[in-house]
Design a protein around this ligand. Structure first.
Ligand code: 5AD
Length: 348
């Protein structure tokens, strides 16, 4: 097992069987070594600074009906909201004053007829805060033109998890009007357009096997995304998959470390889903090789309406107003906030 970890660190890849062994081994000392190595690589590349991104949950209106997601179209128990452009700018203003240099606009997937509204918003943010990065996380678009428009207005990065690379597994998580192929097409467009592109998957989603994860690793090895987002699946009671078990924290952390060893330069957030499942999740993620956290800048009264899964954390160190608490948490493991824009090294 130690040999496999050496190999992964030296070459940045393993055989499918090698990944399978790292994901399934019961050898606790091997898992500890995996995390240790990933942490060392992360520190050698990035130091002990953790980048922060201000997350703005723009809207919980969504045209999709993903079987796992709490804000899916068919969940009629959700009070739908959309922030006004002024509210978003106000979030950015507060975030910028607090030191944030990246704004992440995340939301449900809207109809293309509203692309221009987003374009105008991106233009306004770009004008007012030229030194800040704008990340969009607004789902799939039917054509490349939508992404091209937003890119021209000044968006720098885009997050779109592929969720699972396996087409038949994808089909068990999503309704028939969505396809794995179109998701991958969108990711290819984003890369072509020069976005710093993030993808990733839920860990332990219903029906996911170790072989599916190996397929995900191999896909990510091929596309080389600048950002890799991974969080455990967490059931939401008002969804078709709400009765399934949550994903494994241990498996999520192993994947953080595997990706860190594969991509020393990747931006890997320690995700809110991980912090929601276990109180130490945020720090455990960092100790497994993550180098980004995404505190919530959304208006506090909206946060509980953006419930993609049950019990989603949005206060304390998860929240922008809890930045001092986050600093203190990081300090307990010898880390600190890096207030830089945190672009991927190829984009500086
Ligand atoms: N559990 C964990 N993560 C979820 N997401 C959506 N629903 C859930 C859930 N029930 C994740 C998806 C999506 C991201 C914004 O949130 O991976 O890409």
């Amino acid at each position: 097992m130690h040999n496999l970890i050496d190999q992964l660190q030296a070459h940045g890849h393993l055989s499918a069987d090698g990944y399978r062994q790292l994901l399934t081994t019961g050898d606790a000392s091997a898992v500890a070594l995996l995390h240790e190595r990933a942490r060392a690589v992360s520190q050698a590349t990035w130091g002990r600074g953790i980048f922060v991104r201000g997350l703005i949950e723009l809207s919980n209106v969504c045209r999709n009906d993903c079987y796992y997601c709490g804000i899916r179209r068919s969940n009629h128990d959700v009070a739908r909201y959309t922030l006004s452009a002024d509210e978003v700018l106000q979030c950015c203003h507060q975030g910028e004053a607090a030191g944030f240099r990246t704004f992440v606009l995340q939301g449900g997937e809207w109809d293309e007829s509203r692309d221009q509204w987003i374009a105008d918003l991106v233009t306004a943010i770009r004008q007012r805060w030229p030194h800040c990065a704008i990340t969009l996380s607004l789902g799939e678009r039917r054509t490349r033109d939508s992404y091209a428009l937003w890119r021209e207005c000044g968006a720098n990065r885009y997050l779109l998890r592929h969720e699972t690379h396996n087409a038949s597994h994808y089909a068990t998580l999503h309704p028939a009007d969505m396809s794995r192929d179109h998701r991958l097409q969108c990711l290819a467009w984003l890369k072509e357009l020069g976005y710093q592109t993030g993808t990733g998957m839920m860990i332990g989603s219903p029906g996911q096997t170790v072989d599916h994860l190996v397929e995900d690793i191999e896909y990510i090895a091929e596309v080389r995304p600048e950002m890799i987002g991974l969080g455990p699946f967490i059931p939401h009671p008002d969804t078709p998959l709400g009765h399934h078990r949550a994903g494994s924290v241990d498996l999520t952390l192993r994947l953080y470390s595997i990706f860190r060893l594969m991509f020393p330069q990747a931006l890997i957030p320690s995700t809110t889903a991980l912090a929601t499942l276990t109180p130490s999740g945020r720090l455990d993620g960092i100790l497994a090789g993550a180098n980004v956290v995404m505190p919530n800048l959304s208006p506090t009264q909206r946060r509980e309406q953006y419930a993609i899964y049950a019990g989603k954390a949005s206060s304390g160190a998860e929240a922008a107003e809890g930045i001092a608490a986050l600093e203190r948490q990081l300090a307990t493991i010898g880390y600190h906030i890096d207030w830089g824009r945190g672009d991927h090294k190829q984009f500086r």
